[in-house]
Design a protein around this ligand. Sequence first.
Ligand SMILES: Nc1ncnc2c1ncn2[C@@H]1O[C@H](COP(=O)(O)OP(=O)(O)O)[C@@H](O)[C@H]1O
Ligand SMILES: Cc1ncc(COP(=O)(O)O)c(N)n1
Length: 506
Amino acid sequence: MSNVNEHASRLLLRATPRVLSIAGTDPTGGAGIQADLKSIAANGGYGMAVVTALVAQNTHGVLAVHTPSVEFLRQQLDAVSHDVQIDAVKIGMLAELAVIDEVRSWLQATRPPLVVLDPVMVSTSGDRLLAASAEQALRNLVSLVDLVTPNLPELAVLLQEEPAANWAEALEQGKRLSTATGVTVLVKGGHLTGADCPDALVNSHGLLAETVVEFVSPRVVTNNTHGTGCSLSSAMATVQAQTGDWAASLSRVKEWLNDALAHAHSLEVGSGNGPIHHFHQLFADRAPRGREFSESLWAGITSIRSRIFELPFIVALGNGTLDGVDFAYYLAQDAVCLNTYSHVLTRASRLAPTEEEQRFWANSAQLCLEVEAELHRSWVGDHPQPAPGLVTKGYLDHLLAVGVQGSYAVVVVALLPRFWLNAELGERLQAEILAQGRAEAHPYAAWLETYSNQAFVDSARRAVAFVDAAAAAASSGERQNMKAVFEQSSQFELDFFDSPRLHARL
Ligand SMILES: Nc1ncnc2c1ncn2[C@@H]1O[C@H](COP(=O)(O)OP(=O)(O)O)[C@@H](O)[C@H]1O
Ligand SMILES: Cc1ncc(COP(=O)(O)O)c(N)n1
C-alpha cells in the first residue's frame, strides 16, 4: 500500500484473488457493492463486501442514504481482516468524513497489499454520494492507495481545478495528481463525447513503461452506464492481483467492460440508466433454449435479408418484369446447385442423431433431385448442364467442404439458409403477387409456388427446429462456428440471387 516498491514486493499474485469491496449499496444491483461483487467474480476473483452506506437508489437516481455507525463499519472490516487474507481492496462510496477516517485507520492497521480507490462523489444521475465537507479527507486518502480511478469531474475536485474540457487536459490533470500524490491515476474518458472512449494510466514516478499508457476503445452507444466506474475499479483490483501489471490489467478489463456495455441492453433492468452485463461471457456459454439460437442467427443476417429484397433480380422477379435471359441463367445454375445440395443433405441424414432427423434430411435430398428434374422438364429443357458459374462454384465448394469436415450441427446450419431464405422469399413474393391480383398473368407464379407452397414452408420450419436442437447440444465453440457457417451460406444465397445480373450475359 502507498509506496510503489512496497506494493510490488508485497503483492502475491493469485489465480483467484480474495478481493474486498468497501462501498455503498445499490438495491437494483447495477452499482456500488452489488456491481463490485459481480465484477470481481466475472474477472475471476473471490468477492467480499463491507457496506459503508445503504443507498435507496435505482436506475433513475438516489432517494435516500443511510450511513450506519462507524463502530459497526469497523466491526465489519475487522470481521473480514481478522479471518481472511485479503489480496486486494477496492474502495468506493465513503459518504462522509467519519467513514473516511475509519477506513483510513483500518487501512493503516491492516496494510492490504493492493488498494484501488474509486473516489465516488456524485452518481451518474447527478446525486451527491459524498458530503462536500468530506472532500479534503478523500484527497488525503489518495496518497495511501496504489491506484485512483476518478472520472473527469472527480479528477477536477481532487485537484481543486476546473473539470478538463478535453482528453489532453484530462491527461495533464492526471499527471498533476500523480505527481502530487505518488499514486498511479486511471484517467477515464467516459464523460467526454466522441466516437472513442479513451482511458489512461498515468504515473509520474516511473512505475509504468511510460508516464501515460493509453487504451482507446470504441464508445458503445447505450444509456446503460450505471455502475461502470464501480465495475471498472473492482475489476482492476481483481485483475491486478492476478497479473501484477497495471497496463496488462487495464487492457484486459477495458475489453471486458466494453463487451459488458455492448450486452447491457439484453438485461432489461429498470427504465433509466440500466446496469452493464457483468456476466456476458458466462451467459454466452449457456446452452440456448427453444428458438433462441435460430432467432439470433436470423437477427444476425438482417442486413443480408434486406439486401436480397432490394436486388434488381428479386424486384423484377416479384413484379414479373424479369428478363428471360436472367431467369434462364438462374434456373440453370439452380439445377447445378440442387444436385450438390442433395449430396450434402444426404450427408446430414447420415450424421443425424435421431431417426426423425435422418428421415427428414433424406427426404429433403430426394425432393431436391425431384425439383432438379422438374426444372429440366419445365424450364431448362434439354440444354446440356452448364458449368457452374463463379458464384455457384463458390457456394458449392463451401457446402461440400462443410459436408466433408463438419459435424452434424455445422452441416445442417450450412444447409439452412437455402430452406429459410427461399421460404421467406417464396412467401413474400407470392403474397405480393396475390395482393396485385395477378397470379394468373404472372410469368413466374408457377415457379414461385415451389418455394411458397405449404410443404416447403413446413420443411423450412422443421429444419430451423433441428438446427435449434443441434445448437442446444453443441459446445459454445461449435455454436460460434455454426453462426459463422450460417452467415457464409446466407451471403452465398445473396450472391447467388445477384449472379444473373453479373454473369448471365458473359
Ligand atoms: N459509452 C461507453 N462506451 C465505452 N466505454 C465507456 C462508455 N462509458 C463509459 N465507458 C468506460 O467506463 C469506465 C467508466 O468511465 P466514466 O464514465 O468516465 O466513469 P464513472 O462511471 O466513474 O463516471 C471507463 O473505462 C470508460 O472508458
Ligand atoms: C453505492 C454507489 N456507489 C457508487 C455509485 C456511482 O455509480 P457510477 O459508477 O454509475 O457513477 C452509485 N450510484 N452508488
